[in-house]
Ligand binder design. Structure first.
Ligand code: 5GP
Ligand code: MN
Length: 337
């Protein structure tokens, strides 16, 4: 229990806690194209460590998305390693392996890494690893750490943590929003988390260009007889409306919402000609397993990968990986128990 009554999960990993107590400088590391879980986690722990008198740097090799700039301390996020000392500890949030952090953080040696994550199959790539695959968001683990360090959950920390929950549960829509998740959210609102600001920014604010791209992408969607709903966002389409990947947040969810859809797939062309794949499942099929076949990863119902172009290759590999996983599950369902 954090000192002001927010439930924390009885976290007792002495080595991880000693790391935070004994070191002087921490670099909070987010992955490229950050979401509310990775940024909210890093900012929450950063605020708590600063309250303990620690030196904190927030690193992100990307821009902070517009809809997350309300987060406290998000204006301090930096794209360089300026001010980072040689004995700094790097805290990686919400990443199943170090490569997810992007090239800019590839050089950080494991001896200097704390890895806090909730993805299936996390590679335990740090010297200190705190991984709970069953938790709804990395922010839950961060709360446990803050509580174990005896720090109070301030309104700013509460807003960051509630953002992690709201972001990774799709505003409590997905099946990972369980009773304890809702209780935790209520406790965070109770100590000052600004729920209305978070939901307004994450779910009720879209750029006009993003809505136009959503419309075109739905118009071009294909629904296969075996339950896959897929579409593609080309660079040309983004350029036509002046949109970026940041504007595509909910598009794959709109594909999954189709009543006959079991698995939704969205391929988004990057400036380098590769395709970012987002997969979503209605719940019967494990899209993380499909993404793994494409050197990606994620969760049972939400996963992703990066595929080289050209588009026909990326699309056929995607469909083959999804279908292999579907066939395996259908065979397992039929097998006598
Ligand atoms: P999204 O479709 O929102 O980009 O990603 C969905 C989930 O899959 C997130 O939890 C994300 O961390 C994970 N994910 C997306 N792309 C990759 C990837 O290339 N590798 C791994 N390991 N996980 C990914
Ligand atoms: Mn997450």
């Amino acid at each position: 229990m954090a000192s002001n009554g927010v439930p924390g999960g009885g976290f007792t990993d002495a080595a991880v806690l000693a790391c935070f107590r004994e070191h002087g400088q921490f670099v909070m590391c987010a992955h490229e194209k950050p979401d509310g879980d990775v940024l909210g986690s890093g900012l929450a722990l950063g605020l708590a460590l600063k309250a303990m008198g620690k030196d904190v740097i927030y690193f992100l090799d990307d821009e902070v998305p517009k809809n997350l700039r309300f987060l406290p301390d998000s204006d301090l996020v930096q794209r360089s390693f300026e001010g980072v000392k040689s004995d700094a500890v790097f805290v990686f949030f919400d990443m199943s392996d170090q490569s997810r952090a992007g090239e800019a953080l590839g050089w950080v040696p494991p001896e200097q890494i704390v890895n806090i994550d909730h993805h299936l199959g996390n590679k335990r790539f740090g010297r200190w690893n705190y991984v709970l695959e069953a938790e709804a968001a990395t922010g839950v683990l961060v709360l446990n750490v803050i509580a174990a360090l005896g720090q109070p959950i301030t309104p700013g920390i509460a807003t960051c943590l509630l953002t992690t929950l709201i972001s990774d549960t799709g505003c409590f829509l997905y099946s990972n929003a369980r009773p304890q998740t809702l209780r935790l959210a209520a406790a965070l609102v109770n100590v000052g988390a600004d729920k209305d600001l978070i939901t307004e920014q994450l779910y009720q604010t879209r750029s006009f260009s993003g809505q136009k791209v959503l419309g075109r992408t739905l118009d071009a969607a294909v629904m296969t007889d075996d339950g896959i709903c897929y579409s593609v966002v080309s660079r040309a389409l983004l350029e036509e409306f002046g949109a970026t990947h940041e504007d595509l947040e909910d598009v794959v969810g709109a594909l999954r919402a189709v009543d006959r859809c079991e698995v939704a797939a969205l391929l988004k062309e990057s400036p380098d000609g590769n395709y970012r794949l987002s997969l979503r499942s209605r719940g019967r099929f494990n899209v993380m397993a499909a993404a793994k076949k494409l050197d990606g990863g994620g969760h049972f119902r939400a996963a992703g990968a990066t595929l080289p172009g050209p588009l026909p290759n990326a699309l056929s590999r995607t469909l083959a990986a999804v279908r292999t996983e579907m066939a395996a599950q259908i065979a397992a369902d039929r097998a006598p128990t």
